[in-house]
Design a protein around this ligand. Structure first.
Ligand SMILES: Cc1ncc(C[n+]2csc(CCOP(=O)(O)OP(=O)(O)O)c2C)c(N)n1
Length: 654
């Protein structure tokens, strides 16, 4: 590791570095971040923009006592480098390595594990109030980006922050970008602030001008009134001031001496305040500045001279498959509209924009607004499709409940990144969507297992007269269809499943993309003489009761196990739905083994590593099936030995 950085094990070491060497330290930090993200992937452009503010904050404040709260937290790599994690930084986002987001389990300098936007101000207000009541002498700082500050939760936090009667500093890190273009009126307001000469600069200039005129006290009084007048008429940041927060800036977020001076000025201000800093996303690398969207969170890459070669993903992603399906369907049905909440590229919804610009909407980081807006659009006769990552859909819980389900409105939610997400880790896994959507009356839950199935599910969803969700993972679609072409329908007996493979020793009922792993497991087991059937459930709600009746009846007669499998929490997911249904129908629930994500947070690693860890890869599934088959055989033998019939008797209620 480089020389200045290698001597920093904590902010105390940073404070020993002379001011004139800090630019060299900033350069070392940028190089380390760039090289590490180049080999591991991760958030690049946001972190290149926060190097100076992290140095300045860690010099001025004492975060072993003071409080540093991050919003999203994807821009905290420089803070990690200065707080004892530089030596380990090459392990960024790798299994067992440094987390790509703040993580209190990793360091006491990270107070909250975060990855969802909009929360930093609220947790900071909480810490400020808590420390005040507990008589702890701390300073509280929150750092929030210009696109995150418009999130509903952030605005609620701001509203409450203004009532604080103590120090709390919000750093508004304004790089005039979200992942892509920022959206909405607030973005325009910040743009206006950025181009306005700062109030400090104006005040300085006016004072300077008046000092040149030798008319004594009289002029001094006039100067005072002129300054006040200017403050009131120019008043950059008046929105914050009106909310009860003192506003300072905007200042250059890369001017280290300036930042240190400003933070020293503000650190003991006994009132809530906003320091607006202007930063450049991708600072230090021209190619990152030129294309901050691509370099927001790139895959691994290598730099060849002034050219950057990004690692190409092989295969076709579920996101691309969705985007193409969405565009094609929109061509056939003029009522269909696409909505994204600040993830136009991540969800693929951006593909709709050039084709139907009037039917494409980006709400910014406002998932609950997106859901409620979609509900409103259906009342006008439109068919909105809202694409949101499963993990961020959690934000829209209440609007899906009240504005969509309670009204029975046909909004289609497409939950990308459903299930394990790999190196972004625990803050980004989409493992709760079934849990919270299952309980919503009228909601149809679907999960396709290949691209053709995705197209069919979207076709069906956009013709339903009730709300629905389609979930798919952060992965590639299988290269070929997994089974025969058959229509997606919902009848009196539920949403129609399809059979992918027949077998006599066990049946796997798979929900969604894990059908592929189930088929692979079945192939492995066939080599060992174990014959496994695989059903592609397609629907979690309404379940296919005909299919379940047949599977449970056969399993009961033959004494063979049933395994459910899903890329979702084992708690209240697809398997739970099957067991609840079986209990309701008085089927033998002892036949069922549920495979899914365990009831704990799964740390960052690659997606295949995570699948292995939770036993959802083909090898893990096959060993679970083998264990279940052996257990059933032992149970059968035991019942034969004591002379009873090997058939488990039960009453079937249909
Ligand atoms: C609730 C939520 N929705 C969406 C995202 C995805 N996301 C991560 S960073 C980001 C953009 C954040 O922009 P900004 O706050 O301006 O920070 P910058 O990346 O520009 O530094 C988005 C939309 C998220 N993290 N949380």
């Amino acid at each position: 590791m480089s020389s200045l950085l290698s001597a920093i094990n904590s902010p105390a070491d940073l404070k020993k570095i002379p001011l004139e060497k800090l630019p060299a330290l900033a350069q070392e930090m940028r190089e380390l971040i760039m090289n590490t993200v180049g080999s591991n992937g991760g958030h690049l452009a946001p972190n290149l923009g926060t190097v100076e503010i992290c140095i300045a904050l860690n010099i001025v404040f004492n975060f072993s006592q003071d409080r540093m709260l991050w919003d999203v937290g994807h821009q905290c790599y420089p803070h990690k480098l200065l707080t004892g994690r530089a030596k380990n930084f090459s392990s960024l986002r790798k299994k067992g390595g440094v987390c790509g987001f703040p993580d209190p389990l990793e360091s006491p300098y990270d107070l909250f594990a975060v990855g969802h936007a909009g929360t930093g101000i609220s947790t900071a207000v909480g810490m400020a109030r808590g420390d005040l009541l507990q008589k702890r002498d701390t300073r509280v700082v929150a750092l929030v980006g210009d696109a995150s500050v418009v999130n509903g939760l952030a605005l609620e936090g701001l509203n409450n922050a203004g009532t604080l009667k103590r120090q709390m500093l919000i750093i508004l890190n304004d790089n005039s970008m979200s992942i892509s273009e920022p959206q909405g009126a607030f973005a325009n307001y910040l743009e206006h602030l950025r181009v306005t000469t700062t109030s400090d600069e104006v005040k300085k200039r006016v004072t300077h001008l008046l000092e040149q005129i030798p008319y004594g006290q009289q002029i001094s009084d006039i100067a005072y009134h002129v300054k006040q007048g200017l403050k009131n008429t120019i008043a950059p940041g008046h929105i914050f001031e009106d909310l009860g927060l003192k506003y300072f800036g905007p200042v250059d977020g890369h001017d280290l001496p300036g930042l240190i001076e400003k933070l020293n000025e503000l650190k003991d201000l006994q009132t809530p305040a906003v320091l607006h800093i202007k930063t450049v996303k991708g600072k230090g690398y021209e190619w990152a500045c030129d294309d901050p969207t691509t370099f927001h969170s790139p895959k691994p890459f290598r730099v060849e001279g002034c050219r950057v070669v990004l690692e190409k993903g092989s295969g076709r992603s579920w996101t691309t498959a969705f985007a193409d399906a969405m565009v094609n369907l929109s061509k056939k049905n003029e009522k269909i509209c696409g909505i994204t909440a600040a993830m136009p590229d991540g969800t693929g919804m951006i593909k709709l924009k050039p084709v139907f610009p009037d039917r494409y909407f980006d709400t910014g980081i406002c998932e609950s607004h997106a859901a409620a807006m979609a509900a409103g659009m259906t009342k006008s006769g439109l068919r909105p499709v809202v694409a949101i990552y499963s993990t961020f859909l959690q934000r829209a819980f209440d609007q899906i409940f009240q504005e969509v389900c309670l009204q029975g409105l046909p909004v289609v939610f497409c939950a990308d990144r459903a299930g394990l997400v790999g190196d972004d880790g625990s803050v980004h896994h989409g493992f709760c969507d079934l849990s919270f959507l299952r309980s919503m009356p009228g909601m149809v839950l679907m999960a396709p297992s290949d691209e053709q199935e995705l197209i069919r599910s979207l076709d069906l969803a956009t013709t339903l007269d009730q709300p629905s969700e389609i979930r798919y993972p952060r992965d590639n679609v299988p290269p070929a269809p997994l089974g025969e072409d058959s229509a997606w329908t919902i009848t009196k007996s539920g949403g129609k499943a399809r059979t992918l493979r027949t077998g006599t020793d066990a049946t796997i009922i798979a929900y969604g993309s894990v059908a592929w792993q189930a088929l692979e497991a079945a192939k492995l087991l066939a080599n060992d003489g174990i014959s496994v059937g695989v059903v592609d459930a397609r629907f979690c709600k309404p379940l296919d009761s005909e299919m379940l009746k047949q599977v449970f009846t056969t399993a009961n007669q033959n004494g063979t196990p049933i395994l459910t499998i899903e890329d979702h929490s084992i708690v209240n997911g697809f398997g739970t739905a099957v067991v609840e249904h079986a209990a309701e129908k008085r089927y033998d629930t002892r036949l069922v083994t549920r495979l899914g994500l365990p009831d704990r947070f799964i740390k960052h690693a690659s997606r295949p590593e995570q699948f292995k860890e939770v036993g959802l890869d083909a090898a893990g599934i096959s060993s679970s099936v083998r264990a279940a088959v052996e257990e059933s055989r032992r149970a059968m033998e035991a019942t034969s030995v004591i002379g009873t019939t090997p058939v488990r008797r039960q009453t079937l209620r249909t």
